[in-house]
Design a protein around this ligand. Structure first.
Ligand code: WT7
Length: 655
């Protein structure tokens, strides 16, 4: 099993100290220094964040109040005027960084581009002017549906520059999923490309946009199309525009709009426990500070580093740690379009060698897949430039951690296991690599200013090691502000599950965790109906509603089953409408149906047809039992609330 269990990780006693030479040059050099920062922040959180905001960012106008906390709604740096595109670009242009590589890009077919800060600034300004010319004004939402090409980052920065909140939709999502998100955000413009390269094939992005706009999303009146893959595509006259046409003649100057600190910067949709994805809202000032300082300290970002995060810009990791965090710090950020594939299993290590990458950040599922491909791929490349490794997305099993450390890190690079979420904006629990001794499988200690805890169902702290719910007890600058157009859902989902006796509002993350004798956090995975497939977060209800939208399906229940590489795999239990009979063809069709409704990341690994689903007397599907069945385990725990015991027998027989 790849997911660590309490038993397996309680036996994990190995401790890795930061190498002395690493600590010497690091921003935070010792555990004592970390503790001092932590205590300082705890004693005076507002003073702590205000001092950093002043020192690390450019403000057009200073705030008059650091924090306005009306639980669960927070405002940070109230009254401050700021622009994150300015902080990521303009302020570097008056220094030697003007001609430093801001963005290094490697395409899947092997083409590449490097943009200096001056060049990136110019293109961002051009795109900002084009967007304005297409009628987008401050406050209007813009959808971005792009492959991993520089224009994805350029589009985000261009939107931020003119104060148009973006909503990036991962290029692997289907037309249907894209339509839903564009509709919820009421986007006016979509920025896309003809296609992107993925595993030696073209992903036809523009075609998906066409389908989405045919099906709905009537708020969209223009589409800006970047030429990437150059196959023939349909261009709707009056609606669709080539970027290279409009770029010609667009001015390379566009002043950054002074934004209110609390103006919305972006919406990013993520899966929750209901069928409908939530629009997570992040605002400008607090998010800028938080993505900036967490990256600087947890990845010990230095001026000459080449930093590479392998995420897609469609996820929060791409927002905070490919685009905004690195550029705000004036770092060199690397973006790669490809993924390891049969035709090039060693491609990641070629990129490390080619650009002398110093910091590398990826997900446990990728590490496990790379382990399977064999050590000979990394061993055949020069990886000596690497000095720090990071991981995110799910609990990392100690075997994968040790392999990463030994084979990729040459036993010399610290590993930062960063626990955070779309909602948190940036790292919450993470080692600081020059300071924190690491334990394989633990995200270690909270970032300074973050008060994390493990509590029971009553919201009271759990003191023993049996574990409980992971929570955060004080607002932080990078936190989500609300669910777009649904503040009630924000309150219900994150703040009203657990209410301690003292009445405090605490943030419920949806993860289980426990703390060991050193105060280290061990995150165990989701405690709600969210599953984690290859580091992608999917709501079981979302997949279920996709399945029942098929005319032959009566009912569906989706659970995760442990998978060696992906972490979890999707298993769907399905009952059919009327006289319909299960066939192999139907199984295929249903899998494809889910792909059409959501995207390939949600394709069920297995569909099990059944006449009935196990339910409680009140009609609730007992997913716990289905999880046991899917994993091939004995049914554990109480089954006394089961309505009809024969259902289990049948499911067992049929399974
Ligand atoms: C969920 C958030 C934050 C970017 C990636 C995913 C899981 C994330 C870790 C980690 C254990 C982790 C949690 C969390 N998760 N990082 N280092 N150790 N679990 O963002 O899609 O918002 O998912 O990913 O379950 O709640 P996301």
């Amino acid at each position: 099993m790849s997911q660590p269990t309490i038993e397996s990780i309680l036996q994990e006693k190995r401790l890795f100290h930061p190498p002395a030479e690493f600590s010497q040059n690091a921003h935070i050099k010792s555990l004592d220094e970390y503790k001092q920062l932590y205590e300082k922040a705890q004693a005076d959180p507002e003073g702590f964040w205000a001092e950093l905001a002043e020192k690390e960012l450019h403000w057009f106008e200073k705030w008059h109040q650091v924090l306005d906390w009306q639980p669960p709604f927070a405002k940070w740096f109230v009254g401050g005027k700021i622009n994150i595109s300015y902080n990521c670009l303009d302020r570097h242009l008056t220094t030697w960084r003007r001609n430093k590589a801001a963005l290094i890009w490697e395409g899947e077919p092997g083409d590449s581009r490097t943009l200096t800060y001056a060049e990136l600034h110019r293109e961002v300004c051009q795109m900002a002017n084009v967007i304005k010319q297409l009628g987008v004004q401050k406050g209007d939402r813009v959808g971005i549906y792009m492959p991993m090409i520089p224009e994805a980052a350029i589009a985000m920065l261009a939107c931020a520059r003119i104060g148009a909140p973006h909503t990036v939709v991962f290029g692997g999502f289907s037309a249907e999923a894209l339509k839903d998100r564009l509709e919820d955000a009421e986007a006016k413009l979509v920025i896309t490309a003809d296609g992107g390269w993925r595993k030696d094939a073209i992903v036809p992005l523009k075609e998906q946009v066409d389908k989405a706009l045919q099906a709905g999303a009537s708020s969209v009146d223009n589409v800006l199309v970047v030429k990437r893959t150059a196959q023939d595509i349909h261009m709707e006259p009056g609606r669709d525009h080539w970027w290279h046409d409009l770029q010609q003649g667009a001015s390379g100057k566009c002043p950054a709009e002074p934004m209110d600190s609390e103006d919305m910067l972006f919406i990013l949709y993520t899966s929750g426990t209901t069928g409908k994805p939530k629009g997570v809202v992040h605002t400008t000032g607090g998010y800028n500070l938080y993505s900036h300082i967490t990256l600087k300290w947890a990845f010990d970002l230095q001026e000459t580093d080449v930093y590479w995060c392998t995420a897609d810009v469609g996820w929060i990791t791409g927002h905070s740690y490919i685009v905004y965090g690195p550029l705000s710090n004036g770092a060199t950020t690397l973006m790669y379009e490809g993924v390891p594939r049969p035709s090039n299993p060693g491609c990641l290590w070629d990129v490390v060698e080619k650009y002398g990458v110093n910091i590398f950040y990826t997900a446990p599922t990728a590490i496990r897949a790379l382990m399977k491909m064999g050590e000979h791929h990394p061993n055949a490349r020069d990886l000596s430039s690497l000095r720090l490794l990071g991981t995110v997305g799910e609990p990392i099993n100690p075997e994968a951690w040790i392999w990463y450390h030994r084979v990729i890190g040459g036993n010399r690079c610290p590993i930062v296991d960063t626990w955070w979420q779309t909602e948190t904006g940036g790292f919450m629990i993470t080692p600081l690599p020059g300071a924190t001794p690491t334990k394989p499988g633990s995200a270690t200690l909270p970032f300074p200013g973050i008060i994390a805890d493990v509590v029971d169902a009553d919201g009271e702290p759990v003191t023993n090691q049996s574990g409980g719910y992971l929570v955060v007890k004080h607002p932080w600058p990078g936190m989500m502000r609300t669910v777009y157009k649904d503040p009630d859902r924000f309150r219900r989902t994150y703040w009203e599950h657990l209410r301690p006796a003292n009445g405090e509002y605490i943030y419920f993350a949806g993860d289980g965790a426990h703390q060991d004798e050193d105060g280290y956090f061990w995150v165990m995975g989701r405690v709600d109906d969210v599953i984690n497939v290859s580091g992608h977060r999917l709501g079981t209800m979302e997949i279920e509603s996709a399945l029942v939208s098929h005319p032959m399906v009566a009912e569906a229940a989706v659970v995760g089953k442990p998978d060696e590489v992906k972490g979890e795999e999707i298993v769907a239990f399905v009952t059919l409408e009327g006289e319909n009979q299960p066939t192999e063809a139907l199984e295929k069709e249903l899998k494809q149906h889910v792909v059409n409704e959501i995207g390939a990341i949600a394709r069920p690994g297995e569909i099990r047809f059944t006449d009935d689903l196990p339910k409680t007397r009140s009609g609730k599907i007992m997913r716990r039992l289905l999880r046991n069945l899917a994993a091939g385990q004995e049914i554990s725990g109480d089954t006394s609330t089961l309505q009809d015991r024969s259902v289990l027998e049948k499911l067992r027989g049929g399974a």
